[in-house]
Design a protein around this ligand. Structure first.
Ligand SMILES: [Zn+2]
Length: 224
């Protein structure tokens, strides 16, 4: 089993990495045990390359990884964007689906089409036709019936969040005290870059205090 070890050890993301793990349907159904006392870091939308890079490098330089949920409409095929996302991918960070354009309440058929367009966009950007998606996050956190049906039928795990950057890291501690794995949501804003800069050490210490780690969904998922 490929378990992440702190210190910059990285692996290429691909669907096989989850093969021995029974992925639950969503992160709401098993709040207590799914990520143990680990703190999951997620970054949504990814409309600003400079801030995405700052978050990526801050985590990487601390030997950590995270899960990105971009909208592919923001990911243009210019040199800067291509190299940023190829670096993210090659460093073993995860990339999940968040729709091409942040639309909500898509029909079942539109979700299938949009997911395919998203996947193809990422494969082209990453120059890797084997790129696969395991994780999905609904725009605005709106989990509606078609979303559930579609994600369940396709073996995808819906990932929500429970700590925002309007909160202090104490919110993550509160979650741990409640027996709930913290899932932090960042966006690619200057404020969120600053928040992570200011609070990452505290989050690492907090996870350690509970025998946990800080990482991507993959890094944090409970293993037997
Ligand atoms: Zn979003």
């Amino acid at each position: 089993m490929d378990i992440f070890k702190p210190g910059g050890v990285t692996t290429i993301v691909n669907a096989d990495r989850y093969e021995d793990i029974q992925l639950p349907f969503d992160t709401m159904s098993d709040r207590g045990g799914m990520f143990d006392n680990n703190i999951v870091i997620t970054i949504d939308d990814c409309y600003n390359n400079q801030h995405v890079r700052a978050i990526f490098e801050l985590l990487k330089n601390n030997g950590l990884r995270a899960t990105f949920f971009p909208n592919t409409n923001y990911l243009l095929f210019d040199e800067e964007t291509i190299s940023l996302w190829q670096e993210i991918y090659q460093a073993g960070f995860e990339i999940g689906y968040h729709t091409t354009n942040h639309a909500t309440h898509l029909s079942y058929a539109d979700l299938e089409e949009d997911f395919w367009a998203f996947t193809q966009h990422m494969r082209a950007l990453l120059e890797d036709d084997s790129f696969e998606i395991n994780l999905v996050r609904a725009p605005y956190g709106v989990w509606y019936e078609n979303w559930y049906l579609w994600s369940a039928n396709n073996g995808l795990m819906s990932v929500d969040w429970n700590v925002l950057t309007e909160h202090q890291p104490e919110r993550a501690e509160l979650r741990l005290q409640e027996g709930i794995s913290p899932i932090i949501l960042l966006h690619s804003t200057a404020f969120d870059v600053e928040w992570l800069n200011a609070n990452l050490n505290q989050l690492i210490m907090l996870a350690r205090q509970y025998d946990g780690i800080v990482g991507s969904v993959y890094d944090c998922v409970h293993r037997e």
